[in-house]
Design a protein. Structure first.
Length: 161
C-alpha cells in the first residue's frame, strides 16, 4: 500500500536528533511524493510498481523537489494553523526532504523485490530481505517511540509540554 505511515517512524527519530534543523513536515511530504509512482502503478495494474523513483537518482530528484516546495508550503500551513515554530529554514527543508527520500528507498528495498535502489551506480537489490519485514516494521515503530520520547523530554524541559 503506498503512503504507508510506517515510514514516518524514522522521521520522529530524525526530528529528535536534528531538532529545528530538520522538518518533519517536509519529511512526511517527501514520503508521499516517493509513492506516487507505485500508486499510479497500482491503478494501472503494472507488474513493476517501484521504478525510477525508488533509486538513488530518483530519490535525489524527488528530494530536491520536496525541499524546494516543502519550505514554503510547510511555513504557510504552520502560519495558517497558528502553530508556534522555529523559523523555517532551507536547511530544515533539505534535511527533511533528503532524509525522507533516501530512507524511503532503503526501507522499501528491504521488502520490495522490484526495486533497484543503487541505480545509476549499480544494478540489483542487495537489501532485499536482509531482515524480516516484521522486524523492519518493528524497527520503524521503535524509532517512532524513541524519537517521540526524546522530543517529549525536550519539550517538557523547555516548558512546551
Amino acid at each position: 500500500m503506498p503512503f504507508t505511515p510506517i515510514h514516518l517512524g524514522p522521521g520522529a527519530l530524525f526530528k529528535a536528533i536534528g531538532g529545528r534543523h530538520f522538518s518533519f513536515m517536509v519529511f512526511g511530504g517527501s514520503q508521499v511524493l516517493m509513492d506516487i509512482e507505485p500508486l499510479i502503478g497500482i491503478i494501472q495494474d503494472k507488474a513493476i510498481l517501484h521504478g525510477y523513483t525508488h533509486t538513488l537518482a530518483g530519490a535525489a530528484l524527488i528530494g530536491l523537489a520536496a525541499a524546494l516546495t516543502g519550505r514554503p508550503v510547510s511555513a504557510f500551513v504552520l502560519r495558517q494553523l497558528e502553530i508556534a515554530h522555529y523559523p523555517f529554514t532551507w536547511l530544515a527543508s533539505f534535511t527533511g526532504a533528503f532524509a525522507g527520500t533516501f530512507s524511503h528507498i532503503a526501507f522499501d528495498a528491504v521488502m520490495h523485490s522490484d526495486i533497484n535502489p543503487w541505480w545509476p551506480f549499480a544494478e540489483g537489490n542487495g537489501l532485499l530481505a536482509i531482515i524480516p519485514i516484521g522486524s523492519l516494521h518493528m524497527l520503524c515503530f521503535g524509532m517512532a517511540i524513541v524519537g517521540s520520547i526524546i522530543i517529549g523530554i525536550r519539550a517538557s524541559r523547555n516548558g512546551r509540554a
